[in-house]
Design a protein around this ligand. Sequence first.
Ligand code: OSB
Ligand code: MG
Length: 371
Amino acid sequence: MIQIDEIRLYLLRMPLVRFFETSFGRTTDRRILLVEVVQDGISGWGEVTAGEHPFFNEEWTLSAWEIVKEYVAPRVLGKRLASAAEVAGLSKGIRGHNMARGGLETAVWDLEARLRNEPLWKRIGGGARPEIPCGVSIGIQDTVDDLLERIDTELKAGYRRIKLKIKPGWDIDVLRAVRKRFPDIQLTADANSAYTLKDTEHLKQVDEFGLVYVEQPLSHDDIIDHATLQQQLQTAICLDECIRSPRHAEQAIAMGACRVINIKLGRVGGFASALAIHDAARDANIPVWCGGMLEAGIGRAHNIAMASLPNFILPGDVSASKRYWARDIIAPEVVVNERGMIALPEGPGFGFAVDQQWINELCYLRETLRA
Ligand code: OSB
Ligand code: MG
């Protein structure tokens, strides 16, 4: 039985250890919205994974602040719920804004697991593996030499798969240089919607490099063109941006628009939706993996729980805290061992302690909402 009596919002500023660049821009500093849900003095925590600008999708940190405060929280506060699985339905009437909705939804799942004194991964039906296989996403660099050096560092740290960010002007030649130096590694490329079907002949050149997949080459809101492109590529297409709901996943699978799906908790609106996408993909023999949005520790911890579900077969983008943060907001921070694995935590909820004092220091705006 769940009944949230208080929701606390925290807006944090967290500088990245190193800039991260995609086809839509460079991030050096994160603005992160945390959602704490409270019942009988017990807290569950969620992280909104929206970026600082509406460039990955339509959301950004401050739109999420407004949506959570004015629309999502009032629909959840004080409601009597049999389980966290009911939370997503309460905010269904809000169109879009899945990351804002997911920030609160994932917090309630954490709370429910903590109230039951059970690990979150167990609550959602995960635990298919005791350790999560990890890859890294490496942003666009200033030079190809910088990129080769960063790949070398990550491989030496044990990471099992390297994903490169690509865009027109930083794609085929870069992939060729990487393959020359690292002929055997598991390699993928993510375009974040930087191409159109007019680039089909250009994109066909990726078949040369034996990639595990190429991620979201075409428009952020497109499934149909991806199906057309997939027919012309040997390389599997993995969809990210355009899969926002179980229905999108089912349609993309039915159309042959992808052979792999990246699941991001925020992008799909939380665990209930992520679980349904996971199951739809599993039933169609489509492997999934856990994407990342440069999360702080709370989002990272939720991702670890999700990535323990059975069909999360491929290494994800969930990597060590220290690649992003001088000091993370959870304790212990997320560590990756020399075999490129993260061990599932044993504790209740998402299994890490929240560093409330550090959060208070990083926080520049807060608000408490009551039933
Ligand atoms: O498309 O997967 C993406 C980061 C920000 C926005 C979109 C994406 C990414 C990443 C980074 O690839 C994943 C991570 O290291 O958290
Ligand atoms: Mg992506």
